[in-house]
Design a protein around this ligand. Sequence first.
Ligand SMILES: O=C(O)[C@@H](CO)OP(=O)(O)O
Length: 249
Amino acid sequence: MYKLVLIRHGESEWNKANLFTGWMDADLSDKGIQEALHAGRLLKEEQFVFDVAYTSYLKRAIKTLDYVLEEMDLLWILVYKTWRLNERHYGALQGLSKTTTAEKYGEEQVKLWRRSYDVLPPALTKDDDRNPRYDVKYRDIDDALIPLTESLKETVVRVREYWDKEISPQIKAGKKVIIAAHGNSLRALIKFLDNLSSEEIIDVNVPTGTPLVYTLDDQLHPIAKYYLGSEQHIESKIQEVAKPDKIME
Ligand SMILES: O=C(O)[C@@H](CO)OP(=O)(O)O
Protein backbone atom coordinates (compact mmCIF):
# COMPACT_ATOMS: atom_id res chain seq x y z
CA MET A 1 0.00 0.00 0.00
CA TYR A 2 1.18 3.49 -0.82
CA LYS A 3 0.15 7.03 0.07
CA LEU A 4 0.14 9.84 -2.48
CA VAL A 5 -0.74 13.50 -1.86
CA LEU A 6 -2.02 15.84 -4.55
CA ILE A 7 -2.42 19.56 -4.02
CA ARG A 8 -3.78 22.24 -6.31
CA HIS A 9 -1.96 25.58 -5.96
CA GLY A 10 -3.48 28.17 -3.63
CA GLU A 11 -5.69 30.89 -5.09
CA SER A 12 -3.85 32.87 -7.79
CA GLU A 13 -4.28 36.55 -8.65
CA TRP A 14 -6.02 35.41 -11.83
CA ASN A 15 -8.37 33.01 -9.99
CA LYS A 16 -9.28 35.99 -7.83
CA ALA A 17 -9.93 38.16 -10.90
CA ASN A 18 -11.87 35.27 -12.56
CA LEU A 19 -9.64 35.12 -15.66
CA PHE A 20 -8.91 32.08 -17.85
CA THR A 21 -5.34 31.25 -16.85
CA GLY A 22 -4.01 28.03 -18.41
CA TRP A 23 -0.27 28.40 -19.12
CA MET A 24 -0.17 32.09 -18.16
CA ASP A 25 2.19 32.42 -15.20
CA ALA A 26 -0.08 34.11 -12.62
CA ASP A 27 1.28 34.50 -9.10
CA LEU A 28 -0.39 33.46 -5.85
CA SER A 29 -2.72 35.95 -4.16
CA ASP A 30 -2.25 36.67 -0.42
CA LYS A 31 -5.12 34.26 0.23
CA GLY A 32 -3.37 31.65 -1.94
CA ILE A 33 -0.19 31.96 0.16
CA GLN A 34 -2.22 31.49 3.34
CA GLU A 35 -3.93 28.43 1.84
CA ALA A 36 -0.57 26.88 0.99
CA LEU A 37 0.88 27.57 4.47
CA HIS A 38 -2.25 26.12 6.06
CA ALA A 39 -1.98 22.98 3.87
CA GLY A 40 1.64 22.54 5.00
CA ARG A 41 0.63 22.86 8.65
CA LEU A 42 -2.17 20.30 8.22
CA LEU A 43 0.20 17.82 6.56
CA LYS A 44 2.72 18.31 9.34
CA GLU A 45 0.09 17.87 12.07
CA GLU A 46 -1.01 14.64 10.40
CA GLN A 47 2.65 13.53 10.33
CA PHE A 48 3.01 13.24 6.57
CA VAL A 49 6.57 13.07 5.27
CA PHE A 50 7.68 13.20 1.62
CA ASP A 51 10.80 11.99 -0.20
CA VAL A 52 10.08 13.43 -3.64
CA ALA A 53 7.88 16.25 -4.97
CA TYR A 54 6.62 17.02 -8.46
CA THR A 55 5.33 20.30 -9.77
CA SER A 56 4.81 22.24 -12.98
CA TYR A 57 6.76 25.06 -14.64
CA LEU A 58 4.25 27.62 -13.33
CA LYS A 59 5.02 29.76 -10.29
CA ARG A 60 1.63 29.38 -8.57
CA ALA A 61 2.24 25.62 -8.22
CA ILE A 62 5.99 25.90 -7.53
CA LYS A 63 5.45 28.48 -4.77
CA THR A 64 2.57 26.49 -3.26
CA LEU A 65 4.86 23.47 -3.02
CA ASP A 66 7.58 25.63 -1.45
CA TYR A 67 5.23 27.03 1.21
CA VAL A 68 3.97 23.53 1.99
CA LEU A 69 7.49 22.09 2.26
CA GLU A 70 8.68 25.05 4.31
CA GLU A 71 5.92 24.52 6.87
CA MET A 72 6.86 20.82 6.99
CA ASP A 73 10.60 21.58 7.26
CA LEU A 74 11.09 19.54 4.08
CA LEU A 75 12.51 22.17 1.74
CA TRP A 76 15.53 19.92 1.23
CA ILE A 77 13.73 17.09 -0.59
CA LEU A 78 14.10 16.38 -4.28
CA VAL A 79 11.72 18.45 -6.44
CA TYR A 80 11.10 17.67 -10.10
CA LYS A 81 9.53 20.32 -12.33
CA THR A 82 7.84 19.46 -15.59
CA TRP A 83 5.70 21.28 -18.17
CA ARG A 84 3.65 18.08 -18.35
CA LEU A 85 2.03 18.98 -15.02
CA ASN A 86 1.19 22.51 -16.24
CA GLU A 87 -2.43 23.62 -16.23
CA ARG A 88 -4.52 22.64 -19.25
CA HIS A 89 -3.64 25.11 -22.05
CA TYR A 90 -6.70 27.35 -22.49
CA GLY A 91 -5.79 28.58 -25.99
CA ALA A 92 -7.01 32.03 -27.02
CA LEU A 93 -9.21 32.22 -23.90
CA GLN A 94 -6.12 32.76 -21.74
CA GLY A 95 -6.23 36.19 -20.12
CA LEU A 96 -9.92 36.76 -20.90
CA SER A 97 -12.45 37.34 -18.17
CA LYS A 98 -14.75 34.35 -17.59
CA THR A 99 -17.58 36.83 -16.95
CA THR A 100 -17.16 38.77 -20.19
CA THR A 101 -16.63 35.57 -22.18
CA ALA A 102 -19.90 34.16 -20.81
CA GLU A 103 -21.71 37.38 -21.72
CA LYS A 104 -20.31 37.19 -25.24
CA TYR A 105 -20.62 33.47 -26.04
CA GLY A 106 -23.24 32.33 -23.49
CA GLU A 107 -22.89 30.44 -20.26
CA GLU A 108 -23.42 27.06 -21.95
CA GLN A 109 -20.50 27.56 -24.34
CA VAL A 110 -18.24 28.66 -21.51
CA LYS A 111 -19.25 25.59 -19.50
CA LEU A 112 -18.35 23.41 -22.50
CA TRP A 113 -14.94 25.05 -22.79
CA ARG A 114 -14.33 24.72 -19.06
CA ARG A 115 -15.58 21.27 -18.24
CA SER A 116 -16.31 19.11 -21.31
CA TYR A 117 -13.78 16.37 -21.88
CA ASP A 118 -12.89 16.91 -25.52
CA VAL A 119 -14.07 20.36 -26.65
CA LEU A 120 -11.08 22.51 -27.59
CA PRO A 121 -11.08 26.23 -26.74
CA PRO A 122 -10.15 28.42 -29.76
CA ALA A 123 -6.43 27.92 -30.46
CA LEU A 124 -3.72 30.59 -30.28
CA THR A 125 -2.25 31.50 -33.63
CA LYS A 126 1.45 30.67 -33.97
CA ASP A 127 2.44 34.36 -33.94
CA ASP A 128 0.45 35.15 -30.77
CA ASP A 129 2.70 36.46 -27.92
CA ARG A 130 1.04 33.89 -25.67
CA ASN A 131 2.44 31.02 -27.78
CA PRO A 132 4.59 29.08 -25.26
CA ARG A 133 7.22 28.83 -28.04
CA TYR A 134 8.21 32.43 -27.21
CA ASP A 135 8.65 31.66 -23.51
CA VAL A 136 12.17 30.69 -22.43
CA LYS A 137 10.73 28.09 -20.01
CA TYR A 138 9.75 25.90 -22.94
CA ARG A 139 12.86 26.34 -25.07
CA ASP A 140 13.89 22.67 -24.76
CA ILE A 141 10.50 21.28 -25.70
CA ASP A 142 9.87 19.89 -29.12
CA ASP A 143 7.64 22.11 -31.29
CA ALA A 144 5.29 19.23 -31.92
CA LEU A 145 4.60 18.90 -28.19
CA ILE A 146 3.88 22.57 -27.47
CA PRO A 147 0.11 23.16 -27.31
CA LEU A 148 -1.74 26.15 -28.76
CA THR A 149 -4.91 24.92 -27.04
CA GLU A 150 -5.94 21.77 -25.18
CA SER A 151 -9.05 19.96 -24.07
CA LEU A 152 -8.86 17.86 -20.93
CA LYS A 153 -8.35 14.87 -23.23
CA GLU A 154 -4.96 16.16 -24.44
CA THR A 155 -4.01 17.12 -20.90
CA VAL A 156 -4.70 13.54 -19.80
CA VAL A 157 -2.30 12.22 -22.46
CA ARG A 158 0.67 14.35 -21.37
CA VAL A 159 0.02 13.94 -17.62
CA ARG A 160 -0.39 10.19 -18.02
CA GLU A 161 2.88 9.83 -19.94
CA TYR A 162 4.72 11.57 -17.13
CA TRP A 163 2.90 9.56 -14.46
CA ASP A 164 3.73 6.25 -16.13
CA LYS A 165 7.34 7.08 -16.89
CA GLU A 166 8.43 9.16 -13.90
CA ILE A 167 6.05 9.28 -10.97
CA SER A 168 4.62 5.78 -10.65
CA PRO A 169 8.05 4.03 -10.64
CA GLN A 170 9.10 6.27 -7.72
CA ILE A 171 5.95 5.42 -5.77
CA LYS A 172 6.45 1.71 -6.46
CA ALA A 173 10.05 2.07 -5.26
CA GLY A 174 8.63 3.19 -1.89
CA LYS A 175 9.17 6.95 -2.23
CA LYS A 176 6.56 9.14 -0.55
CA VAL A 177 5.34 11.56 -3.19
CA ILE A 178 3.52 14.91 -3.24
CA ILE A 179 2.34 16.50 -6.50
CA ALA A 180 1.60 20.25 -6.56
CA ALA A 181 -0.21 21.12 -9.76
CA HIS A 182 -3.36 22.71 -11.19
CA GLY A 183 -7.14 22.37 -11.29
CA ASN A 184 -7.21 20.65 -14.66
CA SER A 185 -3.86 18.82 -14.68
CA LEU A 186 -5.00 17.25 -11.39
CA ARG A 187 -8.44 16.48 -12.86
CA ALA A 188 -6.53 14.69 -15.64
CA LEU A 189 -4.59 12.66 -13.08
CA ILE A 190 -7.73 11.93 -11.06
CA LYS A 191 -9.54 10.79 -14.23
CA PHE A 192 -7.13 7.97 -14.92
CA LEU A 193 -6.26 7.14 -11.30
CA ASP A 194 -9.96 6.74 -10.40
CA ASN A 195 -10.78 5.31 -13.83
CA LEU A 196 -13.57 7.89 -14.37
CA SER A 197 -15.50 8.20 -17.62
CA SER A 198 -15.47 11.42 -19.63
CA GLU A 199 -18.91 12.19 -18.16
CA GLU A 200 -17.91 11.49 -14.57
CA ILE A 201 -14.90 13.83 -14.68
CA ILE A 202 -17.13 16.80 -15.63
CA ASP A 203 -18.37 17.13 -12.04
CA VAL A 204 -14.97 16.80 -10.39
CA ASN A 205 -13.68 20.14 -9.11
CA VAL A 206 -10.46 20.40 -7.14
CA PRO A 207 -10.36 23.08 -4.41
CA THR A 208 -7.32 25.37 -4.15
CA GLY A 209 -4.61 24.66 -1.57
CA THR A 210 -6.23 21.55 -0.06
CA PRO A 211 -4.25 18.29 0.21
CA LEU A 212 -5.96 15.30 -1.40
CA VAL A 213 -4.66 12.05 0.09
CA TYR A 214 -4.83 8.79 -1.87
CA THR A 215 -4.17 5.32 -0.51
CA LEU A 216 -3.10 3.11 -3.43
CA ASP A 217 -2.71 -0.66 -3.68
CA ASP A 218 0.39 -2.39 -5.10
CA GLN A 219 -0.85 -1.77 -8.66
CA LEU A 220 -1.45 1.92 -7.77
CA HIS A 221 -5.21 1.51 -7.87
CA PRO A 222 -6.94 3.74 -5.31
CA ILE A 223 -8.27 2.07 -2.17
CA ALA A 224 -9.33 5.29 -0.45
CA LYS A 225 -9.08 9.05 -0.86
CA TYR A 226 -9.94 12.07 1.25
CA TYR A 227 -9.24 15.79 1.52
CA LEU A 228 -7.36 16.95 4.61
CA GLY A 229 -9.23 19.53 6.67
CA SER A 230 -12.73 20.17 7.90
CA GLU A 231 -15.44 18.68 5.67
CA GLN A 232 -17.58 21.81 5.65
CA HIS A 233 -14.69 24.07 4.70
CA ILE A 234 -13.63 21.73 1.85
CA GLU A 235 -17.18 21.44 0.47
CA SER A 236 -17.53 25.23 0.34
CA LYS A 237 -14.19 25.48 -1.50
CA ILE A 238 -15.26 22.83 -4.05
CA GLN A 239 -18.52 24.70 -4.66
CA GLU A 240 -16.54 27.90 -5.16
CA VAL A 241 -14.58 26.33 -8.07
CA ALA A 242 -17.66 24.69 -9.62
CA LYS A 243 -20.01 27.63 -9.18
CA PRO A 244 -21.42 28.64 -12.58
CA ASP A 245 -22.57 32.01 -11.19
CA LYS A 246 -18.92 32.85 -10.57
CA ILE A 247 -18.85 33.22 -14.36
CA MET A 248 -21.70 35.70 -14.31
CA GLU A 249 -20.63 37.73 -11.28
O1 LIG B 1 -8.38 29.31 -15.73
C1 LIG B 1 -7.85 28.19 -15.56
O2 LIG B 1 -6.75 27.88 -16.02
C2 LIG B 1 -8.62 27.12 -14.78
C3 LIG B 1 -8.10 26.93 -13.39
O3 LIG B 1 -8.02 28.09 -12.64
O4 LIG B 1 -9.96 27.52 -14.70
P1 LIG B 1 -11.22 26.56 -14.86
O5 LIG B 1 -11.66 26.18 -13.46
O6 LIG B 1 -12.23 27.46 -15.52
O7 LIG B 1 -10.86 25.41 -15.73
